[in-house]
Write a protein that binds this ligand. Structure first.
Ligand code: SF4
Length: 346
């Protein structure tokens, strides 16, 4: 049975002053330390208890893949209860690294184009398993001193729906904000759009000022239901209402909000749907759309839209005065589509 590192530590040191727990957290981000016995800020008895009961890392490497041009690395990690999930390290435009992290083992959202969606949800990940994806890649970079060393960005675009694991995702983000040099606007929580959770974060004073990317995939309710079968009734309409609530509560963070649109050939990339999206976006408080050419998954019927169709789609959106960006596809040669390698490992 899975128990988070935090729960294990709290049980072990019940009644200890809170600064001790902070020292433990801080030590786990110290790249000069690799085992509990080296944490010199802690008394000896605490170190030996940690050595005996708490693993230094909550996850371990199962397999690692690298793209030919060494700009993308993907790892399948194994949890203490022998579950497998993926995490990715990608070179970014600043010559630093972005990590793409998972928040659940599997996913209950069943998006039709996604390998993870076919696994169903096995369980949500503990905060430590999310946090340790950063620590894993930090360790990997230390073993490769020729690579740039800084991880500057984190995106929650790996396996799972982060807002379905709200508290652990929030705790992981706060831990990174406290113990790394990553700022809140360098973290993107990408969600399929769970409306109760989106509402919850509006009134949560602890929700960090990170960016939120909502995976829309279609502004047409029926088409959206076809692509994301867990889409709730009137989602498109209610999402637009939510965006205005976001604007009135967190207006100073408006630029943190983006729609994501995975372009699937012949499914949601027609001119008609581009116009429908353009008109819809104008009715929301969101001004940015990030289009993502699909990473095809073997065994799935969906394929990536051709270049011309992608360009035409973007041009139509720009005609509505929308800020349109396109995500670079990376690591095609290492099965970068989310979930494929974890499925194979299972
Ligand atoms: S795309 Fe994301 S939300 Fe959809 S099934 Fe895959 S992991 Fe879940």
């Amino acid at each position: 049975m899975y128990k988070s590192r935090k729960a294990q530590i709290q049980e072990l040191f019940d009644g200890s002053p809170s600064f001790r727990l902070k020292q433990i957290d801080r030590a786990s981000f110290d790249t000069n330390i690799a085992v509990w016995s080296e944490v010199s800020t802690l008394p000896l008895d605490m170190r030996s208890k940690l050595e005996e009961h708490v693993p230094w890392m909550s996850v371990k490497k199962h397999s690692l893949y690298q793209s030919k041009n060494e700009d993308t690395f993907k790892a399948v990690l194994e949890t203490a209860d022998k579950k497998y999930f993926e995490t990715v390290l990608m070179a970014n435009s600043k010559g630093q690294w972005t990590i793409c992290v998972s928040s659940q083992i599997g996913c209950a959202m069943r998006c039709n184009f996604c390998a993870t969606g076919t696994m169903g949800l096995k369980r949500s990940m503990g905060a430590d398993e999310i946090i340790d994806q950063y620590r894993f890649w930090k360790g990997f970079l230390l073993e490769h001193p020729d690579f740039p060393q800084r991880i500057s960005n984190v995106v929650f675009m790996g396996m799972g729906e982060p807002l379905a694991n709200y508290e652990n995702v929030k705790e992981a983000i706060h831990t990174w904000l406290d113990y790394t040099d990553i700022g809140p606007t360098k973290i993107v929580v990408s969600t399929v759009g769970i409306l109760p959770q989106l509402k919850k974060l509006l009134s949560d004073p602890d929700w960090p000022p990170v960016r939120i990317a909502i995976s829309l995939h279609s502004a047409d309710q029926k088409k959206r239901e076809e692509i994301v079968p867990t889409t709730v009734p009137e989602f498109i309409k209610r999402l637009a209402q939510w965006s205005h609530e976001y604007q009135s509560t967190l207006g100073n963070r408006m630029h943190h909000l983006t729609f994501e649109y995975t372009l699937i050939d012949g499914v949601n990339d027609t001119e008609e749907l581009a116009h429908e999206l353009g008109q819809y976006v104008k009715k929301t408080a969101v001004t940015k759309v990030n289009v993502i050419p699909l990473n095809p998954v073997s065994g799935k019927k969906y394929t990536r839209s051709g270049k011309e169709r992608v360009e035409r789609f973007k041009e139509i959106l720009r005609g509505y005065d929308i800020d349109v960006t396109q995500r670079k596809t990376m690591g095609d040669d290492i099965n970068a589509a989310c979930g494929q390698l974890a499925l194979k490992s299972e």
